[in-house]
Design a protein around this ligand. Structure first.
Ligand code: FE2
Length: 423
């Protein structure tokens, strides 16, 4: 007798399978006719491994308007506003907002998040808050914490020392922000420094790298070289890489093979990059997204990150990784059927690889975490961003929702509407 049986769902690869769950693991897969304590009918629905977000800022989330809104809409004003907010926000407030966000995320099938935690202030209240959030959500959501020197590893007073203190308190991953250091040279040195810290401590590395429109911001070159030198490979991620949008094509033809050689991964954040970049331009106005398709063509692992929801940098957001993939698909012009399908894969399998998640997937023996989506296939999921009918986390049903078809009464033709295309 299985604990849970998810019957007849369509998997992302188009195959139809029953999924049997015992405890927190997938016990069997295929055409199954076995009894279970509970059975979910997923016939006609998409059954996917859960959504994964490899780039977020949970210490700032759901704080939109505090202490006031970002009037210029720029990255720099956002950083300045956050600098004020982190001095007045209490640990309890940050925990409450972050847990509320995690509940939003879980309700949308987002069950693993990597969040950067600002380690700039000496009080490290954000670190204490996020360590507490990680403990609280652990039963249903995997949270990875990055020690993030928001105001600069060297530019901020005690920047490096506070990053080390955060790691000593249990933060999982080493972060950086080379383009925000005072000089190119200090940016370069900061990349070497944080790569060495990650290698020495056996930790993963995730650097906010070249989040600027300056085409001469080339810290990703140093990062790729250091990742290769230390053999960090897929345990290192370059976040944003927006300067690459504006770089000289000849230089990029040298750069991308270096990134591929290093096996580091890449995390663009399309909702935020499209909003914040190009603010100093008139027209043509740059869109600020890194070169996604070009990197993928060379075999580089590129996912999609969310970055922000309702905070000093972004005034919207829902926690839905389908929104993120939808925006990414548009800005990167990934409109071929294979590219649209890849955009769905980027917010599931690819992001799981970027986060080095254990037991992720829908194979026998994987963690029994999945989401039942009111769609026929991944591309339809992207188009509709529809309801998540069930979310299962480690064998437990944590979310269930009624199918929400619209009832019509139009010109004497009562009926109901499902927005599916061909389904
Ligand atoms: Fe970020």
């Amino acid at each position: 007798m299985f604990d849970l049986l998810v019957k007849g769902g369509t998997l992302p690869d188009g195959s139809i399978a029953d999924i049997a769950i015992t405890g927190d693991r997938i016990a069997a897969l295929g055409q199954l006719d076995a009894p279970a304590v509970r059975t979910i009918d997923a016939s006609g629905d998409l059954v996917s491994p859960p959504f994964v977000d490899p780039h977020f800022h949970m210490d700032a989330t759901l704080s939109y308007g505090l202490p006031r809104v970002n009037a210029s809409g720029t990255l720099i004003e956002g950083i300045s506003l956050w600098g004020e907010l982190r001095e007045i926000a209490t640990v309890d407030e940050m925990v409450e907002r972050a847990v509320r966000y995690c509940d939003w995320a879980a309700s949308l099938g987002l069950l693993a998040i990597r969040t950067h935690v600002d380690t700039t202030p000496d009080h490290l209240r954000g670190v204490d808050a996020m360590l507490e959030v990680k403990r609280r959500v652990a039963p249903y959501l995997e949270l990875q914490l990055v020690a993030f020197p928001q105001d600069g590893l060297y530019r901020a007073k005690n920047g490096r020392g506070n990053l080390i203190r955060a790691l000593d308190r249990g933060v999982d991953i080493v972060g950086g922000i080379p383009h925000f250091e005072r000089t190119m040279e200090e940016g370069t040195e900061s990349v070497k420094d944080v790569a060495r810290i990650a290698a020495d401590r056996g930790l993963m590395l995730d650097i906010h790298c070249d989040e600027t429109d300056d085409p001469m911001s080339r810290h990703v070159e140093t990062m790729a070289a250091e990742v290769t030198r230390h053999g960090l490979g897929v345990r290192a991620a370059g976040s944003h890489l927006t300067s690459m949008h504006s770089m000289d094509n000849y230089y990029v033809s040298k750069l991308l093979p270096l990134i591929a050689e290093s096996e580091m991964t890449v995390i663009p954040n399309p909702l935020i990059n499209i909003t914040l970049q190009g603010r100093h331009d008139t027209y043509p106005k740059r869109r600020g997204l890194t070169r996604v398709k070009e990197m993928q063509a060379l075999g580089i692992t590129v996912g999609w990150g969310q970055d922000c929801v309702l905070d000093p940098w972004y005034s919207l957001g829902t926690g839905d990784m389908l929104d993120v993939a939808f925006m990414g698909m548009h800005v990167a012009q990934m409109t071929h059927p294979a590219e649209m399908a890849r955009c769905f894969e980027m917010v599931t399998q690819t992001n799981a690889r970027i986060m080095n998640l254990e037991g992720y997937g829908l194979k026998v023996g994987d963690l029994a975490s999945l989401v039942v989506i009111d769609a026929d296939n991944p591309t339809e999921a992207l188009r509709l961003r529809p309801d998540r009918l069930f979310v299962v986390s480690r064998g437990k049903v944590i979310v269930e929702r009624e199918r929400n078809d619209a009832r019509l009464s139009i010109a004497g033709r009562p009926g109901s509407v499902r927005r599916r295309f061909g389904g």
